[in-house]
Design a protein around this ligand. Sequence first.
Ligand code: PRT
Ligand code: MG
Length: 225
Amino acid sequence: MSTPTLDKPLTLALSKGRIFEETLPLLAEAGIDVPENPESSRKLILPTSDPGLRLIIVRASDVPTYVQYGAADFGIAGKDVLFEHSAENGGGLYQPVDLNIARCRLCVAVREGFDYQEAVLQGSRLRVATKYVQAAREHFARKGVYVDIIKLYGSMELAPLVGLADAIVDLVSTGGTLRANHLVEVEEIVPISSRLIVNQASLKTRSRDLQPLIDAFARASHSSA
Ligand code: PRT
Ligand code: MG
């Protein structure tokens, strides 16, 4: 007699750091514990207390890619990441729940003393350094401001200080990083939080397993909002 085989566990893609930390309480509300911490264990595949669910730990900006290709059934990613991903790769990700975690805002910031409004009025071409190229391009196009976008992968705050750019487009939460570098926020582009994203095929073929977890995330995010 053959032994019954368990279904492959569902795979949830997460980045370590703030998204992992803020997802733990949502999983706990669904009765799911994660016994290991990715910071100390260095493991990239983590079991949970639910044999039907495992986590994979990937870079924040890679979460949509794992979900889009079905290597993860679902994942959690910031709207900033989702916006850049969909601009480059098209839609195709189902985004059923705003989890209201890892909240911040996408902003334009400049060096203290730089007259941003005047520069915009004058119609001078602004140099803008950012990791969020698509969001920045769209924002300035909407305003009718000509910009040269300079793509950076991190430490955007440095760019206006060393003459690489007039302005940056970056995420701000407490504002501490801007202050420490003598920068000021001059415009909010959009508030940011993280969303649950789901692979379309998984949603069809594994909905019996997935839907209860999607519902649990929705309930947990409402009770914490
Ligand atoms: O770090 P890595 O390059 O691997 O990727 P990542 O920076 O995308 O990952 P992570 O874990 O830092 O951020 C994951 C997600 O958290 C982002 O995609 C956002 O949706 C969200 N989030 C929320 C933030 C912040 N708050 C935030 N404050 N992401 C980044 N920051 C950075 C910001 O870029 C700036 O450098 O924190 C700094 C500003 O913080 P304050 O508090 O000083 O204003
Ligand atoms: Mg980071």
